[in-house]
Design a protein around this ligand. Structure first.
Ligand code: MG
Ligand code: ZN
Length: 389
């Protein structure tokens, strides 16, 4: 009898799900209702920004740009809920929206989305550091290097993956991982930390880029302990063969790497520009996996806290947090801030076309309020750092 009623309810569930799919036509809907409860262990303290006021004409010496891949408003406010109602990200005083459409699609990928932010041009999905006609366009990292600033990249994916790739290479396809990795060799980037060792050292063309990078006087690290021991000079850290593991298995890699990168990059009178990516928020989105999304979101929020500590002391650093696009068409259909509970729903297992939030703190932050194209992020940063484009 028990088994029969169980059988009937399963049949009813299957019917209701298939009716829903037929009605809505969303073939991508895999997990329409995913419930996550976070118990206090995910709560981290946030940094108190206070009432620090910057003069409206002050330009920042340094800019730290955080990109939460796939981080839309729901991902951020899910993280806020999971963390008991507080986040470093949502403490930022200036907010805006970035429109993410690519040259050839209403819904961008991370190649075109990254290129818009890194190079200031709308390009076709899948392209990296080139315009629609496949012509290379200089990135913020390259322009900052020319202007003698120090530069850095810290990511939780392979360094050859689309988002960081947009800042260092110029290729027609994001899949040219080895060509992208080669972009780091002559980039002049002072600090780069992430995964992707295989694209540097296990290549079809037999070049060993790690050896080439060593000859350019970089300190090399293959794990967090080795990274921790480096106290000065340029750093190339390959912390995994491909991507880093998920947040709960990374041992605070992102926060530690941001702290290390800042400690190196800050020693330049011309200033620095650094891009930090919370790469895997997007992957949780593709899986419609609320816990994965929010652990990654909170992991990036901790790293934002590390950057904030520096910015509050330095008083000459602008921090910008944004995304290349939203992933999952995620929304919060329920939740409880006290319990850190989120009920999320998804409309897709891919990216969506809605604008993504921008948060800014520091000198020049007010330039980031409003609603604008993702390419404006590039233009605002070029203007604030006096880069020559
Ligand atoms: Mg990415
Ligand atoms: Zn994605």
């Amino acid at each position: 009898m028990k088994n029969l009623s169980k059988f009937i309810s399963i049949i009813l569930l299957v019917i209701s799900i298939s009716t829903l799919s037929a009605q809505e036509g969303y073939k991508d809907v895999k997990a329409p209702d995913s419930l996550t409860v976070f118990i206090n262990k995910y709560i981290h303290e946030t940094i108190n920004i206070g009432n620090i006021v910057f003069s409206p004409n002050q330009k920042p010496k340094n800019i730290i740009l955080f990109i939460g891949d796939g981080m839309g408003v729901a991902q951020v406010f899910g993280g806020l809920t999971a963390n008991g109602g507080k986040l470093n990200i949502t403490n930022f005083p200036i907010t805006g929206f970035s429109m993410t459409q690519s040259a050839d699609n209403y819904v961008t990928d991370s190649g075109a989305g990254g290129t818009a932010i890194a190079c200031g041009v709308k390009t076709n999905n899948g392209s990296i550091g080139v315009d629609e006609k496949n012509i290379p366009v200089k990135s913020l990292i390259e322009l900052a290097e020319t202007a003698k600033l120090s530069t850095g990249i810290v990511v939780t994916c392979a360094l050859s993956h689309a988002t960081p790739a947009s800042f260092v290479s110029h290729v027609k396809s994001r899949k040219y991982y080895e060509e992208i990795a080669a972009g780091y060799v002559n980039s002049g980037i002072d600090v780069f930390i992430g995964g992707g060792l295989n694209d540097f050292a296990k290549r079809k063309d037999k070049r060993n880029l790690v050896e080439e990078i060593k000859l350019k006087n970089y300190n090399i690290a293959y794990n967090l302990d080795e990274l921790d021991k480096i106290k000065s000079g340029n750093i190339a850290a390959f912390l995994d063969t491909v991507h880093l593991p998920k947040a709960e298995l990374r041992n605070e890699m992102l926060t530690k790497s941001v702290a290390k990168a800042i400690s190196i990059l800050k020693n330049n009178d011309y200033g620095f520009f650094m891009m930090v990516e919370g790469s895997q928020i997007d992957w949780g989105g593709h899986q419609n996996n609320t816990a994965y999304i929010e652990r990654e979101l909170l992991d990036m929020d901790k790293a934002v806290g590390e950057a904030l500590k520096f910015a509050l002391e330095d008083k000459n650093t602008l921090i910008i947090i944004t995304a290349d696009h939203e992933t999952g068409g995620m929304t919060l259909s329920g939740g409880n801030i006290e319990k850190g509970k989120i009920v999320a729903k998804y409309t897709s297992d891919d990216h969506s076309g809605i604008p993504v939030p921008v948060f800014a703190f520091g000198p020049g932050a007010e330039n980031f309020s409003g609603v604008y194209q993702n390419t404006e992020l590039f233009k605002k940063i070029v203007q604030l750092l006096d880069l020559k484009n």
